[in-house]
Design a protein around this ligand. Structure first.
Ligand SMILES: C[S@@+](CC[C@H](N)C(=O)[O-])C[C@H]1O[C@@H](n2cnc3c(N)ncnc32)[C@H](O)[C@@H]1O
Length: 403
């Protein structure tokens, strides 16, 4: 049959493999008002009409081609210094456990109808995935995290592209100095040199390269500290330069990002301030975020026992720990409700962890709290997790609408 004038073939990204991704791809099409049918075992879609094709091309997360033309996201993800397909641009910086899949965040921002110029919140920003994806879509993002490591990493990922030439000068200076430093004092010398950098954005960049080197040395890898510092600083510089270049080449208007080191239980924003919330809180007591980043947190001068009291999911012992987690999350959700506009979406990605073979019903509890706050559960999408079989088999993408 002949193709109609407005018909377009849409090709999914080749890495789209899971049912939840297909579900999000279809939701994405619906959010752009695209009517479609599917072919080729669901890998190719025929769009009968795309109401705003340019917008769709610039925003889609799940389609790599419209007819034979590649979409903007195909170009963005090709800037990748790693072997992992979803660690493009600055996403790879810092080995943070429990990072979001960036493509999923872009897709969800589309499904939640967040437009460029809107303002969103991620109150558990972690390594900054939401902030990078929002920024690339021209969406303003405020990210909160209690951890100084997350504050630093998220800032560096979203801010460093503005300082490419100054970073280059400082990087060349580091290469020179490292030749002169004596091996036995190299960690102190690097740290001291970083402290002397006046401009905070440049200082933070090298601080993060230092944190990665500490993490490399501390975890099984036992890598040589100064070598790891330099390799990572160089790699970070390449990614930051790519970020700056692809912004210009693709005529992107980046969203503004602001990251705060703060406690989600004490959000300090006006009522109705945000057009959307997207976040992933600690999954009950499944992961100890203090222990996980202990090398980095210690190198930033923190006493781990003292800061533990502020991290959700880490406070207390035994059954008291779960009780405190539930109480903290209820407070956190109420704070989030306070700052979200009516009629807008709040997406929570969370799973039920298993402790002593018993499943903690965090997903069900989250749904209950949101229903009590008068939210409608619009979608509840299962997403399987690999590699954590004993603790958790799946997580849920919960999309709520504030009525
Ligand atoms: C599941 S991780 C978020 C990961 C993130 N989505 C990413 O892509 O990297 C949860 C985060 O909650 C943070 N957190 C724990 N307690 C907190 C609190 N009281 N206030 C704000 N953030 C907190 C942890 O530091 C951790 O970074």
């Amino acid at each position: 049959m002949d193709k109609l004038a407005n018909e377009r073939n849409l090709e999914l990204f080749w890495n789209v493999q899971f049912i939840y991704e297909l579900g999000l791809a279809m939701m994405e099409l619906e959010s752009f008002g695209v009517e479609y049918s599917t072919q080729n075992s669901l890998r190719t879609f025929t769009a009968l009409e795309i109401p705003d094709e340019e917008k769709f091309n610039r925003r889609t997360a799940y389609f790599q081609k419209i007819d034979n033309q590649i979409t903007l996201y195909s170009k963005l993800v090709s800037n990748n210094v790693t072997r992992s397909i979803n660690q493009y641009l600055t996403h790879w910086i810092y080995p943070y456990k429990g990072k979001f899949h960036p493509q999923m965040i872009r897709g969800l921002l589309n499904c939640m109808q967040i437009n460029s110029g809107d303002k969103i919140l991620d109150p558990f920003i972690g390594s900054g995935t939401t902030a990078v994806e929002a920024q690339l879509l021209g969406i303003n993002c405020i990210g909160i995290d209690i951890s100084e490591v997350c504050y630093l990493v998220s800032n560096v990922k979203t801010n460093s592209h503005k300082y490419v030439s100054q970073l280059k000068i400082e990087l060349e200076d580091f290469i020179q100095c490292l030749l002169e430093y004596k091996n036995e004092n190299v960690e102190e010398d690097i740290s001291e040199k970083i402290s002397q950098i006046e401009k905070s954005e440049i200082r933070n960049f090298f601080r993060v390269a230092e944190l990665i080197a500490h993490s490399d040395k501390g975890r099984r890898r036992k890598k040589d500290f100064s070598k790891s510092f330099l390799v990572n600083a160089n790699k970070m510089f390449t990614s930051v330069t790519d970020y700056a270049n692809c912004t210009v080449e693709n005529n992107l208007t980046l969203g503004e990002v602001s990251i705060h080191k703060n406690d989600v239980r004490k959000l300090n924003f006006p009522v109705n301030y945000f057009d959307g919330i997207i976040t992933s809180p600690p999954y009950s007591i499944a992961l100890d975020y203090v222990d996980n980043d202990k090398h980095a947190l210690k190198s930033l001068g923190h006493n781990l026992d003292t800061i533990k009291g502020d991290f959700i999911g880490v406070r207390g012992k035994g059954s008291k720990k779960i009780e405190l987690y539930n109480e903290d999350m209820k407070n956190a959700y109420h704070e989030m409700d306070h700052v979200l506009k009516s009629g807008r979406y709040c997406t929570i990605i969370i799973g039920n962890a298993r402790v002593d073979k018993e499943e903690i019903k965090t997903v069900e509890n989250t749904i209950k709290i949101f229903k009590e706050m008068n939210y409608k559960l619009v979608k509840n999408i299962d997403k399987i997790i690999f590699g954590l079989y004993n603790i958790m088999q799946k997580e849920n993408i919960l999309i709520f609408k504030k009525e």
